[in-house]
Design a protein around this ligand. Structure first.
Ligand code: SF4
Ligand code: SF4
Length: 340
């Protein structure tokens, strides 16, 4: 579908969000909790916090939950019952909207989709992803940790959003990219006014501070470079960078149970943990934090791009903002580009 363009006043945007909640949509939006801001279910527009740049965590957990049951079993006498975990989500969340995220978080969805549909089609991921409608808001003031412009996106990119809102005075321009977004706009057509593309303010000229192709070029040739061991000596291997990242997707599968009942679960994991690659023999191919962070960089800026022609990073800067050791991936990627 070709993009379509609408205007909506700030007042009508509130009515729109409250309207879809009344119509039984589950709306997930940035909302304050325990002194911070996270994505969470809201019951009315007033509960959103649209003033912050980005919530602490991404909304990855709505595509890939921190933990989920793949199947469960129970045994009674000679009878065994197996329940597919997919039944728990099939048809659920059909009316789920993520509202108020930024273009970086929206850009992460299609990047994850490629991984979960490459050789094995992950029905759990796909069931959630196909049901999600993403209404993002363009950024006006990225901070110093942001680098989406270097990562093939921009603070005003509509990639991955069903509707991108661009604020302009007391109204928003809505860029509608596909059928999902258009269906919602049509259902509340009294709140939107269609407009022409040339009425939408042009994107600003966002500047890049490094070329990610150069970062990749360094990684292509320097697997054993001292930079990795020296720069990441301070990394404590907490995994915060991977857990807060919208595109990190490593998971572990565990069986829990006994002779009567049990389940197989999938949990988030992290390449920054020492035991992530520990072999049963005791050998570990990634011994140091330098080895582990290098792996993160390789996956983000080299390996994924060779397979899918995009990078496994949207430049949201969350891993840097939340790192207890102040390791800034934007600075690291820039350093590598400069050394290429
Ligand atoms: S958040 Fe920082 S300290 Fe923790 S694993 Fe990541 S880079 Fe290392
Ligand atoms: S690696 Fe860091 S900057 Fe890139 S998407 Fe993940 S959290 Fe955001």
């Amino acid at each position: 579908m070709e993009e379509k363009y609408f205007e909506i006043s700030t007042e009508n945007l509130k009515k729109f969000i409250d309207g879809i909640i009344t119509d039984n949509y589950e709306v997930i939006a940035p909302t304050d909790k325990d002194g911070d801001t996270f994505y969470g279910k809201i019951n009315k527009f007033e509960e959103t916090n649209l003033d912050i740049l980005l919530p602490k965590m991404s909304y990855k957990e709505y595509l890939l939950p921190k933990t989920e049951t793949l199947f469960e079993y129970s045994i009674s006498g000679v009878d065994t019952e197996v329940k597919d975990g997919l039944q728990n989500i099939a048809g659920a969340n059909e009316k789920r909207v993520i509202f108020g995220g930024r273009p970086c978080d929206a850009g992460a969805g299609p990047i994850m989709e490629k991984v979960f549909n490459w050789d094995y089609k992950d029905e759990f991921f796909n069931e959630r992803f196909k049901n999600l409608t993403i209404i993002s808001i363009a950024c006006e003031k990225p901070d110093n940790y942001c680098f989406c412009t270097e990562m093939q996106l921009s603070p005003e990119s509509s990639y991955g959003s069903d509707i991108l809102l661009k604020k302009s005075g007391d109204k928003y321009f809505a860029i509608v990219t596909g059928e999902k977004g258009l269906n919602l706009v049509k259902a509340y057509s009294n709140l939107f006014t269609e407009t022409a593309k040339d009425k939408v303010p042009a994107d600003k000229d966002w500047k890049k501070i490094f070329e990610v192709e150069k970062t990749k070029s360094f990684l292509d040739k320097n697997f054993e470079h001292n930079y990795f061991q020296e720069r990441f000596l301070s990394c404590i291997g907490c995994g915060v960078c991977t857990y807060t990242c919208p595109t990190c997707h490593c998971f572990d599968i565990q069986d829990e149970g006994n002779l009567k009942e049990g389940r197989r679960i999938r949990n988030w994991d992290s390449c920054q943990f020492g035991i992530f690659t520990l072999h049963t023999s005791g050998h570990n191919p990634r011994v140091t934090q330098g080895d582990r962070y290098r792996q993160r960089l390789m996956h983000k800026f080299k390996i994924y791009s060779e397979k899918f022609d995009k990078y496994l990073c949207v430049g949201c800067g969350r891993c840097s903002r939340n790192c207890p050791e102040d390791i800034d991936i934007k600075e690291v990627a820039k350093n590598l580009a400069e050394m290429a």
